[in-house]
Design a protein around this ligand. Structure first.
Ligand code: B4P
Length: 196
């Protein structure tokens, strides 16, 4: 198995690059943002609860997203590997992900962290907000709250994997193709090594 976390602040291109990487490397894409938006569009009780947090730019409670990931891992026993996009976002989520993977006798091979300036993040998200219909993208105050939440609760997740020497920083500015090339180069190098 090859398990990778694509990490970075909101708008750093995790979703964009994930789509390309799962197609190239035959990984199962697990995006907590997509899973939550699917719950919201189906108006489930989980979705209605999550929406209250997301509309303010806050993180959804840990137990909700951990439960979703646990189900997704159980529902994909044949996967050759997972690409985690937008998860883990807190130290508790990171610890729980390690536990879930250990139970399957596997681990995170690498965290690829996209590095993007704050001005570029805001510019990208406001631009997406013009067309996406996402209520968390069309208000600069909410975007700034998401970035603040990232610095307060999520940036520390990189420290967790840094201790295991599993973090690689990748420049997240430039064209989508250029960034994809950078990520692919690292993945191909790491796929040849036993990391777990
Ligand atoms: P997410 O859905 O994870 O989304 P994101 O952080 O906003 O965006 P991402 O980094 O994927 O950026 P993208 O590629 O789309 O989270 C949304 C919310 O869900 C969170 O705020 C939180 O409330 C909740 N949530 C999710 N996971 C959670 C968890 N684990 N715990 C608790 N709460 C959770 O790119 C953004 C834009 O940039 C796009 O328009 C794209 O076209 C553009 N772009 C991408 N690459 C570009 C490039 N190279 N140049 C120019 N533009 C580019």
């Amino acid at each position: 198995m090859f398990n990778l976390i694509l990490f970075g602040p909101p708008g750093s291109g995790k979703g964009t690059q994930s789509e390309k990487l799962i197609a190239k490397y035959n990984l199962k894409h697990l995006s907590t943002g997509d899973l939550l938006r699917s719950e919201i569009s189906r108006k489930t009780s989980l979705g209605l609860e999550a929406k209250k947090f997301m509309d303010k730019g806050n993180l959804v409670p840990d137990e909700v997203v951990i439960g979703m990931i646990n189900d997704a891992l159980d529902n994909n026993p044949e996967a050759e590997g997972f690409l985690f996009d937008g998860f883990p976002r807190t130290a508790i989520q990171a610890q729980e992900l390690d536990n879930l993977l250990a139970r399957k006798n596997t681990c995170i091979d690498v965290m690829l962290a996209l590095n993007v300036s704050e001005n570029e993040l805001i510019h990208r998200l406001l631009k997406r907000g013009e067309t996406s219909g996402r209520t968390d993208d069309n208000n600069e105050q909410v975007i700034r709250a998401r970035i603040a939440e990232y610095h307060k609760k999520t940036a520390t997740v990189a420290d967790h994997y840094q201790k295991a020497h599993k973090v690689l920083m990748v420049k997240g500015e430039g064209s989508v193709e250029e960034i994809f090339e950078r990520l692919s180069k690292e993945i191909e190098r790491l796929m040849k090594i036993e990391n777990c």
